[in-house]
Design a protein around this ligand. Sequence first.
Ligand code: 5AD
Ligand code: SF4
Length: 453
Amino acid sequence: MNKNKVYIETYGCQMNLADTEIVLGILQNNGYSVTNNSDAADVILVNTCSIRENAEQRIYGRLGNFKAIKDQKPDLIVGVLGCMAERLRSDLVDRKKIVDVVVGPDEYRRLPELIDVAFNGDKGIGVKLSKTETYDDIIPHREDGLQAWISVMRGCDKFCTFCVVPFTRGRERSRSMDSVIEEVKQLAARGFKEVTLLGQNVNSYNDEDSASAGDFADLLAACAQVDSSVRIRFTTSHPQDLSDKLLYTISEHSNICNYIHLPVQSGSNRILELMNRTYTIEHYLQLVEKARKIIPGVSFSTDIISGFPTETFEDHIMTLDVMRAVRYDGAFMFKYSPREGTKAFRMEDDVSEETKTKRLQEIINLQQQISFELNQELIGKEEVVLIEGFSKKSDKFLSGRTDTNKVVIVPVDNKIKPGDYIKVKIHRATSATLFGDFSGLVNLVQESLSLIG
Ligand code: 5AD
Ligand code: SF4
């Protein structure tokens, strides 16, 4: 084959980044090579996100850019993958005349065949969802590095009323524990130092079939045991399913990061019920308190939606109250965006754009203040940091992250290199970044990777 250069752009969540690596693994097995230059590509793929309207608008804009390339090069194949492919299907082909291939998240194995269909002048469309596809046997294409993602389960059965994911990614299904552990071993052998286990709702992970069957806590423990110098992270946890067993597992393994992403979405029980989140704020706060007892020093991040249908000023204040009660280290904060096909789409989107924006800004301001205050408390303390590389702003500084996922900047020092765990004494902090000085290498045998002190 001579038309074999593929260029891919990825939008959306970490799950999509992991899927792109699976897609590239599949394409490379079929004779394709990857290019970072869209002008040189024979096939341009866009792995897309439908979670909010503005994500889709951005991608439509990008497809417009690719049209210009295609005008110059009519043989070019342009394909849409992922959630938009699933949601919009043949509409994409009809509305965006440049799209030749549309492949949803469960049909990536057929991508080579569907690209061939397009090279032969037809449209290559594969949008069936599967109850079983996990790409368990596919080796994802990964550049060498320190940080890797592994998707351990796919789909979501939660049906939060605002969310399109159960429709675009289908039902929950888990990969086998054996294959995930094997992948962690291979990554450790290649020198990776951090692995993030991914799923829309990782706490529902359940391997029923393989010899080493188990739940998410079992999986996490087994991954942590592969190599104590490899940090294990995971996302996302649903507050309904976060088990005590999981909390104890985190506390017992020094290389499982003391960091839990626990989306709260709203601080109002009435809104949580309309969202079908299946927990109350009281349950949520008790869970946070329990986690803090079992895992000293654990930090939390969250997702918050402002302006869900019927949200009143009082509901909004309750969201701010929860933020103050938990004091999150970080938050992803969004304006509610109605998604066709979801239950909430049938509710009236009655909070004005102006109010949504104002409330979102208040949420962002509060989070910034809390992050700033939490980071100030670390001044004078020593943190364990995994060094990742030069800082974005200057090659006189190195950048790394703590176990609790905070970015730390230290001056370059010939005793330290990327991949090292070092101790850093913090001397300055903003809401987003800690600054400190190298105060010694971490001896992994003797010391915990967790926070010191
Ligand atoms: N509008 C706004 N935010 C949304 N999210 C999911 N669906 C929507 C929507 N329709 C947010 C939720 C979720 C995160 C991944 O995206 O906060 O946790
Ligand atoms: Fe969407 Fe809710 Fe599933 Fe998360 S848990 S993917 S918000 S339906």
